[in-house]
Design a protein around this ligand. Structure first.
Ligand code: A2P
Length: 280
């Protein structure tokens, strides 16, 4: 690759364990192995260095193939996977992560997340202790959670010793999650936003978003991603479309004004998936 073709890389955020995380990642749900292989391959060429998958997505093999084919040094790519319900309790996460690593073709992941708290099963505290051991063993360089509500995080804080590096939650201008974000900020937990574009639905046609997009000469998707970044969140948009994939990483050369941020903040409708009632 010559100098003109060097890809644009996202800046990094520091995690509470001292490691760092690229400020934009690529979401891979609901890509299958073949789709993930081609989309992740293109994303790595475009400059994405943060890839988010999960055991449950059933695309870790495809993600792993793209990582291997990229030829990039392992320590230049940040890979997240998640273990869901079948891997909670009784150290089941140990074998679960081993199987994920096998599918990914990796020796370790950069970030291992507990996919859902599943509070009715009451195994997340026990599972977190297993995660702490997996981190100590170097199998997961950082550990975190996903879909945890502040009450679940409080319980981890009271009963275990490692504070999750991140909590990955559904979050967008429509789903603001002020209570989650306040807890994260008070405890040094990085907020990773999934469905950051509102799943590509009405949010991208909202008049507030489209007006700001026109004013800045950017796309609605870029405006929404910029809102995440300026809020301190790490969005992981998914796109299978090469042009949108590129646009979603080109969000570091413009800014929303304080006024535009406040208009975006006013779009919050509350709600979002409730992890006391849902999860797998
Ligand atoms: P596509 O894969 O065809 O680009 P989210 O990450 O919030 O779940 O949103 C993903 C959805 O949004 C996908 O359907 C994706 O479709 C679409 N999408 C991704 N990036 C953009 C963008 N920049 N503008 C419009 N739609 C987008």
């Amino acid at each position: 690759m010559n100098e003109q073709q060097l890809p644009n890389l996202a800046p990094e955020l520091t995690l509470n364990d001292g490691r760092s995380l690229p400020a934009v990642g690529l979401g891979t749900w609901p890509l299958n192995d073949a789709e993930a292989e081609s989309v992740v391959g293109l994303a790595l060429e475009l400059g994405y260095r943060h890839i988010d998958t999960a055991m449950r997505y059933e695309n870790e093999v495809g993600v792993g193939r793209a990582l291997a084919a990229s030829g990039l040094p392992r320590d230049e790519i940040f890979v997240t996977t998640k273990l869901d319900g079948p891997f909670q309790g009784n150290d089941r996460a140990v074998a679960g992560l081993e199987e994920s690593l096998e599918r990914l073709g990796l020796e370790h992941v950069d970030l291992l997340l507990m996919h859902w708290p599943l509070p009715s099963r009451d195994l997340y505290v026990d599972t977190w202790r297993t995660f702490e051991r997996l981190q100590a063993a170097g199998k997961a360089l950082s550990i975190g959670v996903s879909n945890f509500k502040p009450a679940h995080l409080q319980r981890l804080a009271a009963e275990t010793s490692v504070v999750p590096a991140v909590n990955q939650v559904q979050l967008s201008p429509y789903v603001g999650r002020a209570d989650h974000v306040a807890y994260h900020q008070a405890h040094g937990i990085v907020t990773v936003s999934y469905s950051p574009l509102g799943k590509g639905g009405a949010l991208l046609e909202d008049p507030v978003v489209t007006r700001i997009a026109v004013a800045l000469g950017k796309t609605p998707g870029q405006v929404v991603l910029r809102w995440h970044l300026q809020s301190g969140y790490v969005p992981i948009p998914k796109s299978s479309n090469p042009e949108r994939l590129r646009q979603n990483l080109e969000v570091f050369d413009f800014e929303l004004s304080a006024q535009q941020m406040s208009e975006m903040n006013s779009l919050d409708q509350g709600g979002g998936v409730d992890a006391d009632l849902k999860g797998h």
